[in-house]
Write a protein that binds this ligand. Sequence first.
Ligand code: BGC
Length: 749
Amino acid sequence: MRISFLIALPAIFFQSIAWGQSANIDRKVDSVLALMTLDEKIGQLNQLSSDFVATGPITPDGDKQDRVRQGKVGSYLNMTGAARTRSLQAIAMQSRLKIPLLFAQDVIHGYRTIFPIPLAEAASWDLSIIERSARIAAIEAAACGIHWTFAPMVDIARDPRWGRVMEGAGEDTYLGSLIATARVKGFQGKGLGSLDAVMACAKHFAAYGAAEGGRDYNTTDMSLRRLHEVYLPPFKAAADAGVASFMNSFNDINGIPATGSSYLQRTLLKGDWKFNGLVVSDWGSIGEMINHGYAADMTDAAKKAITAGSDIDMESRAYAGQLADLIKRKEVNESVIDDAVRRVLRKKFELGLFDDPYRFSDEAREKAAWNAPEHRQAAREMARKSIVLLRNDSIKKISKPILPLSNVSGKKIALIGPLVKAIGDNNGFWSYSWPDDSTRIVSLWNGMENKLGSTKNLSYAKGCELTGSDTSGFAAARLAARRSDIVVISVGETGNMSGEAKSRSDLKLPGMQEQLVKEMVATGKPVVVLISAGRPLVFNWISENVPSIVYTWWLGTEAGNAIADVLFGDYNPSGKLPMTFPRSEGQIPIYYNHFNTGRPFKNDTDNIYVTAYTDLRNSPRYPFGYGLSYSKFEYGKIVLSADSMSVGGSIRAKVTITNSGTYAGEEVVQLYIQDVAASLVRPVRELKGFQKIRLAPGESREIEFVITEKELAFYQEDLRFMAEPGQFRVFIGGSSAAEEGISFWLKAR
Ligand code: BGC
């Protein structure tokens, strides 16, 4: 009793300090608000963009600087660099109330030092290193005058046709929620106000990733239960982690554009979740409600968006143009505007901008962060942990796998393919190019050269372009292959083929690349294929005919070094797929935690009246959670601490994992649970825990997962989150296809 009192005291003490600070900020916010004219308030809700076009046409808007001077702009997008932000801030300081601007940017996977695309980082299943990646991005961005990143994207995505899968954490809600938390913590560091913290933004609220047909910006339609169970938890996790802002989204959900959804923004986010940060629209999404057919004109759009809780208008100019009239006509209450403005001002106070509007625009700090070697080192580590080894079979010639290449040291390697010497592609979508990038980004060729210390044992032929039908380079590629002992082929998408507005209906390797791989295999030389892409691709022939396949995504500045580390075994690959890889586009959407049907597919029966395709197996090419290592991990039998637990209790599941290979390596041990029969149909299994462990050759370790009611609960028909008594099945293994299942019972209290 006494001990717990002593422990509780500091917590209460600090909470009251935090409360005191927040009450203090609220008072300051109110004092500024009291001075503001209606036009100045609306100005705070108006976000302009610099002339750098990222994702859409810039709205023409006369003299933007003059608007800043008049206090008609609250935040600015795509304006970066200590000098540029400082000079624009100086103009804001000429406005009547001298309210500082917020500078925002899409810092998605690194700023100056580019880290792997977020989907690749998710493949590491390593939360601390993902947090560090966001931390470094924040350090670099904040040093260049940026206060706010439009990241993390926490949209669950089950459709690889959607180009934006590259920007999120993949298909799983549990993993996605943990990664959302890690990224928010990384961006916001010790908290807003630190000079190296930027405001994070959970986007796109909500269900943008469920776009029908995988076509960007498309409509979504789903039950409220699915929305709560699958799509909302990563947003809730971000809110719980203290994310400073949310961005709504382009799509409609069940007929209501997210930007105009009161249910999402007012009832849930600002109501049930008590979110006191700000909500920004997506680019032009307020005006786009007219195209949706949800708003009659810009006035109607502005009214619907602000009423629904969308605080800042990015690039629609709907608020700047319409809100004043709407208030005069009493169609919108000024208290609604006040609430939105308060949210913006509060962040400006928290960032310390009212004390010093230039505090982030510091050229000396910018210079120091610009070339920090430890950032590159971290990027390399993140990149190698993102790589997924898909196949590494023994080949006859050497009676062992080709990888790691140290198995075959001293041999001549032909590097073939259109991506071997690619530079800019390595950055992938949502990254910035700086004038010296071509000297900084490490291509595969350079990475191999760095590793070997020379190009003596390397040869190169491009073979073909990434797209198009030209095969005139095949002959040179064949020759290079024949003169070598091993052929490493680098194929994939261009770095720009996944991302916003990059939906694809055909997920096969573009151009003549698969043909190039076939030509190389036909030489009879041992072949390794590296696939670089921003999404799961479909590459059946390669899967079936190439003994060693490595998925390298887009890995950023240190790509080539990281790939060479993995190829030569200086890093033993440990990545696991954060999305299911289909055999064919026709299987999409395909995800591991689907519902069962009344006629489940079974391998061992001739009954055709089951859920199946007549021309294709149901199973994916590679399941969620899958990824190999140069080590071999063997799982023992799952042992439960009891065969039942009561509501409120817990049960422990243990399993022993042995590294029976010859390399030390890391394994992501995954726990899946199935609710066997419930009042609503439940997924065939769901990820509920994982641990990433490192084992020396021959080492065994017992891993324990504690299962509580939380792991068994689900959203009931009335959206209550609770577990139901009954039977549960537990699976533990190295992917979502883990076979070993054991049951226990949850008993009513
Ligand atoms: C994207 C957002 C992004 C915004 C600003 C939009 O097109 O959907 O994710 O933050 O542009 O660049």
